[in-house]
Structures are given as structure tokens and as C-alpha cells.
Design a protein around this ligand. Structure first.
Ligand code: CAA
Length: 397
């Protein structure tokens, strides 16, 4: 497991410096976040307004299919670039970055890695571009159910084999991009008796008969993101829209989520570093007891702890990304990155509110929003408890 400097038995020097290309991507993401996401972020959060314009601009930048090969409409970048971009955008607006993360890591990755050539031509190409016929075209990943969150094999959605097609019935919950997506990757039971081997994954179009989008969830954080329940009633799914061999659905979900967890870890990292940067700036401006509060050791200790934990989270995110880019099993490292970065985000944002005092508790100073946004990173794409299960099983193997 601890093989970072080694690839295929050969020693590789540790490289802590970003390449010119990585720095350019980081800067592009930072500029985009500052110029396009910051204006209106408080209002979008308050009114739960999906950031359609921002997501559409991300598509134009090539950030909705960052790791997809250019022949399928993607930007052909590596996972390190994705982590850098996710961090920068999440510093400002995690409702934008979650949409980007789901489309990149769960939808496009799943199709590129396991889809047929026809599925890639028909669905992956426009999804990676984030556009079809000039309109926003993104995807969603439908695993969670009202009674199956962490316990993913206990889902009740069924897909009955009818020969030429499957008949899909059931309800999925907490679906990011639920209303704005055109394509859903739906995980469903095809044979309950087979347990995790009786699960499949299907490409379903939102416009098909029998698909219903439920009301938008009124959430504590990432309020602008588009979270809905989705119901299926006798939806006919063509056989060619199943991904992989019969019974591959659970493995598909687990493998895809391992990459998704790198994206959410990077999101948590961004939320933490965004809050830290605001606290640092405020501590240089705000005076108390005759001097800027940064000169008080009580504040310096907080800033030092924030910076240290953020740096550790960043290294875990980059290590998991590096492993993925180098064909090394990243299941454990992505869970380590996610559990550590999300707990760091919750802790750092709470401390950032504290540094701001009363101002931290009002919306105009942004840190209260980051604190609310941080919480979801400990819940979605596997709770902190699930990450510990994955890490625990991995190290005990
Ligand atoms: N890769 C390949 N195969 C895997 C795997 C992986 N990473 N993890 C498990 N499997 C295989 C196992 O080997 C096993 O196969 P065998 O029966 O042949 O041994 C099979 O899958 C079943 O595995 P488990 O027995 O480990 O399954 P489990 O029921 O005990 O569950 C779990 C383990 C880790 C808790 C898993 O259920 C899990 O990750 N749950 C969390 C689900 C989750 O992350 N949901 C997020 C929803 S998506 C979302 O949030 C997106 C969004 O909107 C932002």
C-alpha cells in the first residue's frame, strides 16, 4: 500500500512540484471561480438556484469531461488536474463543483471505463462536452434509495428482464443533478436472490416515459445544487443500455465511487482552504485589544492548525489522484483522502467562523456557507463510517 515512490518496482523520485500545465489548469479554475462563481453565490445559495450558467461555462472550459479521452469529447487531462480544479472551484462554490464532480467521476468515468463503443459514441461524447445541440447535457448517478444509502446492496429498485428490454420500477433519493441531468446511470436489482451479483446498471434518459423528477430537497448546504428524488414507473430500458455483463452493477458502483471519492475529497479540501484563506485575510484586517487579531497567539494557533491539516488533506488527495493516473489500486487511498479531507473541512470551517466572531455568523462573510457546505462531504459518496469500512477491510485483507 505505501508504495508511492515506486512504480512497477522501480524507484521514482517524489515530485512535490506541479508541472507548468498543472499550474495553468489551477489558474484557469481559480480565475473561473473568482470571476464567474463568486458573483451571486450568496443569492444562489439562499434561493436554491441551480448554477446553470456556471456549469455551462465549465463545459466550455472542458471541465465537465476533464479525464475523458479527446476522441470521446473529453479534455484528456489527468486526475491531478481534476483535483486542482475541484479545489479551486470548491473554495468559492461547492454547489457548482458537486455538479462537475458527479459528471466527471461518476458518469463519464463509468461510461469511458465500462461502456460499449456505441454507448460511448451516443452518451459519453456529449456528456464529456457537457453540451448537446448547444444545450447543457450532463449526467447523474442513481444509487441511493429511501432505505438504502450506505447499505447499497439493499436497494429496492428493480429491472425486470423482458427479453428485448428491462422494465424499471422504483425510486432513487438524494440525486445530484437530478433535474438538470439528461442522462441517468441507474443501479437496480435484476435478481434479488443473487445479492450483490444480482445488480445491474442502466443508462436511462430523463425524457423517457415513466421517469418522474420529484421535488427539490431543501438542504442545509450546497443549497444551489440540484438534489431530487427520481421515480421510475414501468420504464422500458433497451437491452443495449445495460453497462457491462449481467450482474456487474454493484462492482460498477464500487469501482466508480472509488474515483468519485477523490473528487469529493478535493471538494472538501477546497471548502477547507477557501475558509482558511478568508480567516487569514480577516485576521490581518480585524483589530482587537489594540492590534490585528493575527498578532494574537490564540488566532495564530488556529491558523497554524488549519494550514497543517489542509496540507495533509491536499497530499492525500494528490496521492490518490497520482495512484489512479499510474494504474495503482486507489480504493484505500481515495477513502483515506475523503474521510480526512471531509473531517478537515468540517473542522476548519468551524474554526474559520470562530476567527470571524459575530461576522462569521452572517452570510456576507461566506464562512457560514462554507461550514454548511462542508457537512455534506462527510455524508455523500459514502459516509465517513463507510470510508472507514473500506479502509479497514483493505488494510486487513
Ligand atoms: N471494487 C470492486 N469490487 C468491489 C469493491 C470495489 N471497490 N467493493 C466491493 N466489491 C465487491 C466485493 O468484492 C464483493 O464481491 P464478492 O461477493 O465477489 O466478494 C461485492 O462487491 C460486495 O461487496 P461487500 O460485501 O463489501 O458489500 P457490502 O454490502 O458489505 O458494502 C460498502 C460495502 C463499502 C459499505 C458499500 O456498500 C458502500 O460503499 N456503500 C456506500 C455507497 C455510497 O457510497 N453511496 C453514495 C451514493 S452516490 C452519491 O452520493 C453521488 C452524489 O450524488 C454526490
Amino acid at each position: 500500500m505505501f508504495t508511492w515512490p515506486y512504480i512497477c518496482g522501480k524507484f521514482q523520485p517524489m515530485q512535490f512540484q506541479l508541472s507548468e500545465e498543472h499550474l495553468m489548469i489551477q489558474k484557469a479554475a481559480r480565475d473561473f471561480a473568482q470571476n464567474e462563481c463568486l458573483p451571486g453565490v450568496i443569492e444562489r445559495d439562499e434561493h436554491q438556484k441551480f448554477p446553470k450558467e456556471q456549469v455551462s461555462q465549465l463545459a466550455d472550459l472542458g471541465f465537465m469531461g476533464m479525464m475523458v479521452k479527446p476522441e470521446y469529447g473529453g479534455a484528456g487531462m489527468d486526475t491531478i488536474s481534476y483535483v486542482l480544479a475541484m479545489e479551486e472551484i470548491s473554495k468559492i462554490d461547492a454547489s457548482v463543483s458537486v455538479s462537475m464532480s458527479v459528471n466527471n467521476s461518476l458518469v463519464c468515468y463509468g461510461l469511458q471505463e465500462f461502456g460499449t463503443e456505441e454507448q460511448k459514441q451516443k452518451y459519453l461524447t456529449p456528456l464529456a462536452q457537457g453540451k448537446k445541440d448547444g444545450e447543457l447535457y450532463i449526467g447523474a448517478f442513481l444509487l441511493s434509495e429511501p432505505e438504502a444509502g450506505s447499505d447499497a446492496t439493499s436497494q429496492r429498485t428493480t429491472a425486470e428482464d423482458k427479453g428485448d428490454y428491462y422494465l424499471l420500477n422504483g425510486t432513487k433519493n438524494w440525486i445530484t443533478n437530478g433535474n438538470s441531468a439528461s442522462v441517468y446511470l441507474v443501479i437496480a436489482q435484476t435478481d434479488v436472490a443473487k445479492g450483490s451479483k444480482g445488480i445491474n446498471v442502466f443508462i436511462v434518459e430523463k425524457k423517457w416515459t415513466g421517469v418522474t423528477v420529484g421535488a427539490k430537497e431543501n438542504k442545509m448546504g450546497i443549497r444551489a445544487s440540484d438534489t431530487h428524488s427520481i421515480s421510475f414507473q414501468d420504464v422500458k430500458v433497451p437491452k443495449e443500455n445495460r453497462i457491462g455483463a449481467d450482474g456487474f452493477g454493484f462492482t460498477f458502483a464500487m469501482k466508480t465511487l472509488a474515483g468519485g471519492r477523490i473528487g469529493i475529497a478535493a471538494q472538501a479540501l477546497g471548502i477547507a482552504s477557501g475558509a482558511y484563506e478568508l480567516a487569514l485575510k480577516y485576521s490581518k484586517e480585524r483589530k482587537a485589544f489594540g492590534k490585528e487579531i493575527m498578532h494574537h497567539q490564540a488566532i495564530q494557533f488556529k491558523l497554524a492548525d488549519m494550514a497543517t491539516r489542509i496540507e495533509a488533506a491536499r497530499l492525500l488527495c494528490l496521492k490518490a489522484a497520482w495512484e489512479k493516473d499510474n494504474g495503482i489500486d486507489y480504493t484505500i487511498s481515495s477513502s483515506m483522502a475523503k474521510v480526512f479531507a471531509s473531517e478537515t473541512a468540517m473542522w476548519v470551517t468551524t474554526e474559520a467562523v470562530q476567527v470571524h466572531g459575530g461576522y462569521g455568523y452572517v452570510k456576507e462573510f461566506h464562512v457560514e456557507r462554507l461550514m454548511r457546505d462542508a457537512k455534506i462531504t462527510q455524508i455523500y459518496e459514502g459516509t465517513s463510517e463507510v470510508q472507514r469500512i473500506v479502509i479497514g477491510r483493505g488494510i486487513l485483507k
